[in-house]
Design a protein around this ligand. Structure first.
Ligand code: GTP
Ligand code: MG
Ligand code: ZN
Length: 305
């Protein structure tokens, strides 16, 4: 029996041509369930793909088989391209301090990639049980200078997880993103009671994760609060509009916002000293400059007053 009514839902998982959709406002509260949906072949998608995190309108709901059809896509607020997730409110870049080893260039690339969405970006350092307290404090200080208050986790210290959980419950839809083996799924299993998603030991031989999580999947934390677990990957070269790069470094954009620094040219890339008032005395400046200089496109830029 199919219900003759349309409902708004949230895509929580996607595999092949199928989507799992959770109803947003549930008329029939007795069925707190997800529907397996396919897309209606219609013009309403205008060739747009549907991703996890998307809000959709579903119809032809069959309560018995738990099947339905996605009729249309609700306008999304943002879309992260890698991993592909829509409507995110917060990004948590997850890095392990060891096993796999902390790679600062990777951390930086993850952070820059995350900053492109113009939403709040947080940094989580996992596996702090593998390093000394002195090293942990050193890392907190380092990332503080990068502009991030690193959240540090130690598997033997449940308090760390409780604090993070309290924070996550205030965010609408957070995503965990980072390399394979850093502990994204372990973290999720720690904070969602009853969840036992697969995790795997980091390979002894190559000291890398084993790509245990295969799908992007959205989990409910509490009413209307979600977390997305994603498959780990390493950051390759970033494709970035170099003119926007200063907006992706807190060391730069905080100087502009908090200290009100102004350069002679409005779109100053802060690489020449002429008319530039940015304090360049920060650790990632060399990395920033390299990114600008390795991009040919900036030679075509015209400086504007
Ligand atoms: N010592 C220690 N090991 C941890 C910690 N967190 C996770 N691990 C271990 O790290 C390994 C990898 O963890 P996963 O949670 O599978 O990592 P993941 O980031 O989900 O990896 P992918 O799904 O492959 O992207 C597992 O063996 C975990 O037990 C921690 O805080 N301390
Ligand atoms: Mg995982
Ligand atoms: Zn400047």
């Amino acid at each position: 029996m199919k219900i003759d009514k349309k409902y708004k839902g949230l895509v929580t998982k996607k595999f092949n041509e199928f989507f799992l959709v959770e109803l947003s406002d549930n008329d029939f509260s007795e069925i707190n369930t997800k529907f397996l949906c396919t897309l209606r072949k219609s013009v309403s998608f205008r060739n747009q793909l549907v991703f996890v995190g998307d809000k959709v309108i579903i119809a032809q709901i069959d309560l018995k088989s738990k099947r339905a059809i996605i009729e249309s896509l609700v306008k999304r607020t943002n879309l992260l391209e890698r991993p592909a997730v829509a409507n995110i409110s917060n990004i948590y870049v997850i890095c392990s301090v060891d096993e796999p080893k902390l790679n600062l260039s990777q951390v930086s690339k993850f952070l820059i990639s995350a900053e492109q969405l113009s939403i709040e970006v947080s940094l989580v350092l996992t596996k702090c049980d593998l390093i000394s307290e002195q090293r942990r404090l050193f890392l907190i200080d380092k990332f503080d200078k990068w502009g991030y208050k690193a959240i540090t986790l130690n598997i033997n210290s449940p308090n760390d997880f409780n604090n993070l959980l309290t924070e996550l419950k205030t965010k609408q839809c957070s995503i965990f993103m980072g390399a394979s083996g850093v502990g994204k799924t372990t973290l999720l299993n720690m904070i969602i009671p009853g969840l036992q998603n697969s995790t795997a030991l980091v390979s002894r031989k190559i000291k890398r994760g084993k790509n245990t999580t295969r799908n992007v999947e959205l989990f409910s934390l509490s009413s209307k609060r979600y977390i997305v677990d994603t498959p780990g990957f390493n950051m390759q070269n970033l494709e970035i509009d170099i003119r926007e790069l200063p907006n992706y470094y807190p060391e730069i954009y905080k100087q502009v916002a908090d200290k009100g620094i102004k350069c002679k040219f409005r779109n100053c890339l802060h690489i020449n000293d002429q008319g530039c008032n940015l304090n360049k005395n920060f650790e990632r400046y060399a990395f920033y400059k390299d990114m600008i200089e390795s991009s040919k496109s900036h030679y075509c830029l015209i400086q504007e007053d």
